[in-house]
Design a protein. Sequence first.
Length: 226
Amino acid sequence: MVRLLSSPLVYFVASIFAYVGYAADLKVPACPSTTSFTYNTGIPAKDPTCPLTKVTICYTSTQLHINFEAYNETNFYYDPKQKTNDGIWAYEVVEAFISKGSDDPQTYFEYEVNPNNVTYNAFVYNPSRIRAAGTPFEHAYITDPFGDGFAVNTILDKKKSVWKSTNIIPLGLFNGENPKGSTWRMNFFRTVTSPKKYPDQQLCGWKNTHAANFHITSAFGNVKFV
C-alpha cells in the first residue's frame, strides 16, 4: 500500500514514539469471548468527520478472528475488476497490520478487505520502520490465502450505511499458534473515498501515525493475548 510522507517530520514523530512508547494495552481473549474497540481518528490530523469503525477480535489455538464494522459509509467504493492482492488500498478498505512480538517491527503482515469481499495479503519488509525514502520497502504476497486457511465474508447494508466483514487469519503464518500470554504489535486502519474524490482518500486509524503514512511501526499498539 502506498502511504508515504517522507520528511523530517516523519523522523521526528517516529523518534518521539520510540522514546515515550505508544502502548494500547489491548487484551485479546480466547474465542468465543471477544473484545471490541472503535476508532474514528483521522490520520494525520484528528479529523472529527472520520467515519466510525468497530473491530471485534479473539483467537483460537490456530486462528486470529477479526471482525470489522465500517459505519457511516456513503459510497461503498471499490473497483469491481480487482482481485486478490490487487491495489484495493487505492479505494475503500479496512486494514490490519500485525506482528508477533513486542518490538517496533521491521517485518509485519498487512491484511486488507474491501466492500467487494476482496482481500490483500502480504508481509511487508520495512527496515526503516517508517518507509523512509531510499530504503527497502518490499511485499511478499500470500498468493493462495483461502488454500492457506484464511476466510472472509463481507456483507453490505446500504440502507444502514454500513458494511461488515468477518475474517480469519491463520496464526501459523507467524509461528504463533497457541498465543496465550504472548504480546503482539498491531494497528488498524480504514480508507474512505468516492467516485468524485478519488484518488484522494480520507485516512482513519486506531493508533495515529501523525503522518499520511500507515507504515510507521512505532505507532502500532501493544496487544496481549490472554
